[in-house]
Write a protein that binds this ligand. Structure first.
Ligand SMILES: Nc1nc2c(c(=O)[nH]1)N[C@H]1C(S)=C(S)[C@@H](COP(=O)(O)O)O[C@H]1N2
Ligand SMILES: [Mo]
Length: 396
């Protein structure tokens, strides 16, 4: 099976040459992306330009001002780790498939690489993306707008691997376990626990759920889960378990830490609040240009630019306001809609007045969802898609 390639209005999809050039620049750059002896200007960055939100565990943010194509280069793809990244010896590595199956199997990387592969582009967004914009401040990594990126993933459908083991009648979920582990403080875990999450079989068996060994045409980088990770297209990034070691088919729902205490939101659909695990991504947009506090020239054409995504749904419109939300105009959606993938957009602005201005973007999808104006506190510190203005300065 093949999925359509993402549209790339700026030219061809990032090619090998660009990758090599990117890698060469990364090597040539100073370790922290600035010259020795100079005071830090703004947040610390990696040589490639990722914003360092924490060093250990490593949490790195995509600098959204670098958004100029659908596919994010690997060295600019955000990184979200809960524990120190594990060292995995690919030769000794095995993927175990067990639990409520007819015949447990163990697969080598070589065996997985020989299975029929699928390539699909997919946007991953951390459900804590934009957490730094919440007030009052909430716990968790204080992300700006760039805990979101898009890659073209190649791998084996999860369903094909589960079929090799034979899902037994009565199975409801599959737990995906990573090789990374650590002790959780609140509530205290019984010693180290692995990073693990489950998927209901209804999602796990869909064609857009892959076990990916290749990212943008090269072997999966260590930071992104080498040698094998899940890519659960359409869902918040937390479902896409990295450094996979084990799949456990279960006949009952999994209640792991990362889908009960963490990564859950309040749900009132039955009339009494209950915690519900975060799943599909909400509709959302980001403004890549102008950057916050950027000086925009008055009386001259300026292109406001950004991206919009909608998880398992399709973005239908993006509207832009340059007056803090009083009036709105339609942005141009670039390229074509590609499932599970953000879409770039642009909006022509001719800033009339001199002084501060507030730029807002608002996306709507084919399920009729629109980004909300205000923050819903039931979402705790997750699922942040309300409208967040970008403050800019119009200069004569
Ligand atoms: N094993 C493992 N898988 C993981 C995580 C992790 O810490 N450990 N973080 C999750 C979260 S919260 C996100 S948002 C995505 C981020 O994927 P990336 O680091 O490739 O961007 O990985 C998910 N998979
Ligand atoms: Mo995340």
């Amino acid at each position: 099976m093949t999925f359509p390639l993402p549209p790339d209005p700026t030219g061809t999809i990032l090619g090998r040459r660009t990758f090599l050039r990117g890698a060469a620049l990364a090597l040539a750059g100073a370790p922290l992306g600035r010259l020795a002896g100079q005071p830090p200007a703004g947040p610390e960055t990696t040589a490639a330009g990722l914003i360092v939100r924490s060093r250990e565990p490593q949490n790195l943010e995509f600098p959204v001002g670098r958004l100029d194509r659908v596919i994010t280069p690997n060295e600019l793809f955000y990184v979200r780790n809960h524990f120190p990244a594990p060292t995995v010896d690919a030769a000794a590595w095995r993927l175990k498939v067990e639990g409520h199956v007819a015949r447990p199997v163990e697969l080598t990387l070589e065996a997985i690489r020989k299975l029929p592969a699928v390539t699909l582009p997919a946007t991953l967004e951390c459900c804590g993306n934009n957490r730094a914009d919440l007030s009052p401040k909430t716990k968790g990594v204080q992300w700006g707008p760039g805990a979101v990126s898009t890659a073209e993933w190649t791998g084996v459908p999860l369903g094909a691997v589960l079929e090799m083991a034979g899902i037994r009648p009565g199975a409801v979920e599959v737990v995906l376990e990573g090789a990374d582990r650590g002790t959780v403080a609140d509530p205290p875990s019984p010693g180290p626990i692995p990073f693990a999450r489950s998927l209901p079989l209804a999602k796990a068996l869909r064609p857009e759920v892959l076990l990916a060994h290749t990212m943008n045409g090269v072997p999966l980088p260590a930071a992104h889960g080498a040698p094998l990770r899940a890519v659960v297209a359409g869902w918040y990034g937390v479902a896409s378990i990295k450094w996979l070691t084990r799949l456990i088919v279960t006949d009952r729902p999994f209640q792991g830490f990362y889908q009960t205490y963490d990564y859950s939101v309040w749900d009132r659909s039955i009339g009494v609040p209950q915690l519900r695990v975060v799943t599909g991504m909400e509709v959302k947009s980001l403004v890549s240009h102008p950057a916050p506090q950027e000086a925009v020239p008055a009386g001259k054409p300026y292109k406001i630019r950004g991206a919009a995504w909608a998880g398992e749904h399709t973005v239908t419109t993006v509207e832009v306001s340059t007056d803090g939300g009083q009036s709105w105009g339609a942005a141009r959606l670039l390229g074509q809609a590609t499932p599970f993938t953000w879409r770039l957009w642009e909006f022509d602005w001719n800033a009339p007045a001199v002084g501060p201005a507030k730029v807002l973007a608002r996306a709507t999808d084919d399920a009729g969802r629109t980004q909300p104006l205000t923050r819903d506190p039931d979402r705790k510190n997750y699922v942040i898609n309300h409208l967040i203005p970008v403050a800019v300065e119009v200069r004569g």
